[in-house]
Design a binder for this molecule. Structure first.
Ligand code: GTP
Ligand code: SPV
Ligand code: MN
Length: 583
């Protein structure tokens, strides 16, 4: 009798014939397998043992110094029709891309072990979850995938049941940036990644599968795959509102997902529940609301800036069983990064050289921790619910030093989609290239949409149909700066004050003023007690700069035009409405 795994077995055989590994290992996700991989990597220097008294079960990986972030210029979406990938993606014809990649993969695993990793994105028993198999020659990828996904035997059993999975082929190759490509074939549910061992380039379940391939599938099947955190906010009345928020890479998702309420809020009974910190899959439920799952099982979070003050939950989470990538270490081998503020000093920097602040920071700005979500003190039991959580509000936001106020609400869904499409943010160290450059990053999906942004906007608009009970949509900016170049808003835990206003809006309890860009709170609509905001800070955070927004909307018109003719008419009309109101 043919097995349901025939297709998988055939593909594994084909890949082995091409890459010629010395051995093939099917990953079962067991503790014994994990221990053997760790021992092997400690022996060859891939992992450095950290101080086991302070950080039990934790390890340091120092990546190749040219391989420290996603590489958007080397990332391609390979659809049959160039137009389907859209101007938001680099494109290559599928046949050409396969030929190019297969030439790189030819014999690349000689003398190495090829690992076959069956994984499930989302709770193993959820109808919203999807499976994949990653083939890789990197044991570092295996141990990271074990934390980030439901990996091993249960995933293989689901694949056998469903007979459907995303194929991901990865090799670290020579780690030569000139021989590095991350290719997606959404029509074939296939990913090929060569030449990088880093995060989003190599852990194929994450950005490659759960966003680029999944967004393509989601469009066909009527759901959304988004670069969003999911957080539950429990009010003193005991009601929990789930909020999904899209911020670009290194713009605050992990921090908002784990926030600790300010003292007064804690005493009043507010609680925060972490469901996810990076990716959200959501679809309409029978009641018309959007239900969301976190397809991941762990956090691949930014280390620098994480401290007992900014994100105590994250710090508690990474106290054990954590893989740190590209952080510094103290003389007694504790992990260390800028902003940690624990009174210790680094001895070695992320390249393993004696720390010298004149040479480079101790931690790379995109240094990360990989850790199971279950270790997070605020991890929500609802994160394992196969039905997902109902979303009350969607939040868009970016790093905007000027113009954009602390928070505003979209008038309705169509306006909200425009607010998402209009997102802009200053670039960060999460991707190779210049940092601090303002760019348009619609819905924080510029690097991750697997298809044409015009079609993507249309897909978003299509959720507004009879019977839908859609979330309210908001925009935030934690990163507004004053003339001295300092942040005007304290951020982190204090962001709950803004979420409280959103919940008040959802429940119809608090006020707002109409402006052409949306509904803004007056300072008295937010609880600002105990914050010493200057008058100038208040004016900037809660003000509306008509001239600035006119210029912003003119620039937006030009950016939307790049998606013609696929940009939906309704979105252009919404833009025209706002532009006219701006005078
Ligand atoms: P990815 O994992 O790259 O998708 O990023 P992320 O959106 O999860 O970003 P993260 O929460 O890790 O934040 C990245 C950086 O932003 C860190 O240096 C944080 O300290 C900083 N940050 C986060 N929240 C705030 C905030 O409310 N205010 C300010 N000023 N900085 C913040
Ligand atoms: C991001 O860059 O948005 C990340 C890290 O979350 S990576 O997994 O490298 O994509
Ligand atoms: Mn991310």
């Amino acid at each position: 009798m043919p097995s349901r795994l025939d297709a998988l077995n055939r593909w594994v055989d084909d890949v082995a014939r091409l890459t010629r590994p010395a051995a093939i290992h099917w990953c079962d996700g067991s503790d014994a397998e994990h221990a053997a991989l760790i021992a092997r990597m400690e022996a060859d220097g891939t992992l450095v043992r950290l101080n086991q008294a302070t950080h039990p079960g934790s390890w340091l990986h120092r990546s190749h110094p040219d391989d420290v972030a996603r590489v958007e210029h080397l990332t391609f979406v390979c659809t049959t029709e160039r137009e389907d990938a859209g101007p938001n993606n680099h494109w290559m014809a599928p046949a050409e891309a396969h030929a190019k990649m297969d030439a790189l993969f030819d014999g690349c695993m000689q003398g190495r072990t090829m690992y076959v990793i069956p994984y499930c994105m989302g709770p193993i028993d959820s109808p919203l979850s999807r499976c994949g198999v990653e083939i890789t020659d990197s044991p570092y990828v295996v141990v990271n995938m074990r934390i980030m996904t439901r990996m091993g035997a249960p995933a293989l059993a689901r694949i056998e049941r469903e007979d459907r999975f995303v194929k991901g082929l990865h090799s670290t190759g020579e780690l030569d940036p000139a021989r590095r490509f991350i290719m997606h074939f959404p029509e074939e549910l296939t990913i090929k990644s060569y030449g990088s061992g880093y995060g989003g380039n190599a852990l194929l379940g994450k950005k490659c599968h759960a966003l680029r391939i999944a967004s393509w599938q989601a469009r066909q099947e009527g759901w959304l795959a988004e670069h969003m955190l999911i957080v539950g906010i429990q009010t003193p009345q005991g009601k929990t509102h789930y909020i999904a928020a899209a911020f670009p890479s290194a713009c605050g998702k992990t921090n908002l997902a784990m926030l600790i309420p300010p003292e007064g809020y804690r005493r009043a009974g507010w609680k925060v529940w972490t469901v996810g910190d990076d990716i959200c899959w959501m679809r309409p439920g029978a009641d018309g609301r959007l239900y969301a799952i976190n397809p991941e099982a762990g956090f691949f979070g930014v280390a620098p800036g994480t401290s007992a003050k900014s994100n105590p939950n994250a710090l508690a989470t990474v106290q054990a069983n954590t893989i740190f990538t590209n952080v510094g270490v103290t003389a007694d081998n504790q992990p260390w990064w800028e902003g940690l503020d624990n009174g210790l000093t680094p001895a070695l920097d992320w390249r393993g050289e004696p720390f010298d602040p004149a040479t480079r920071p101790a931690a790379h700005p995109n240094a990360r921790f990989t850790v199971s979500a279950r270790q997070c003190p605020s991890y929500s039991p609802m994160a394992e619910d196969p039905q997902g959580v109902p979303i009350s509000a969607i939040v868009f936001g970016g790093r905007r030093a000027s113009l954009v106020p602390l928070v505003f609400q979209a008038r309705d869904w169509t306006h909200g989609v425009l607010v998402g499409a209009a997102m802009g943010s200053e670039t960060t160290a999460a991707a190779a290239g210049a940092v601090g450059v303002l760019r348009r990053d619609p819905m924080a999906m510029k690097p991750f949409s697997g298809y044409h942004f015009g079609d993507y906007f249309a897909h978003w608009l299509a959720f507004d149909r009879a019977g839908a009970q859609l979330p309210a949509i908001f925009h935030v900016n934690w990163f507004r700066k004053g003339e001295d170049g300092k942040f005007l808003w304290p951020g982190f835990g204090e962001n709950l004050r803004v979420l409280e206003w959103m919940i008040g809006r959802v429940e119809g309890l608090v006020g707002a003023v109409e402006t052409p860009i949306g509904l803004l709170p007056r300072p008295q609509d937010l609880d600002l007690a105990g914050l010493d905001l200057t008058d100038a800070a208040r004016a900037a955070l809660f003000g509306f700069d008509r001239d600035g927004w006119r210029a912003e909307f003119d620039a937006l018109a030009a950016d939307l035009a790049t998606y013609a003719p696929r940009v939906p008419e309704a979105l252009l009309q919404e833009h025209a409405r706002v532009r006219q109101a701006l005078g």
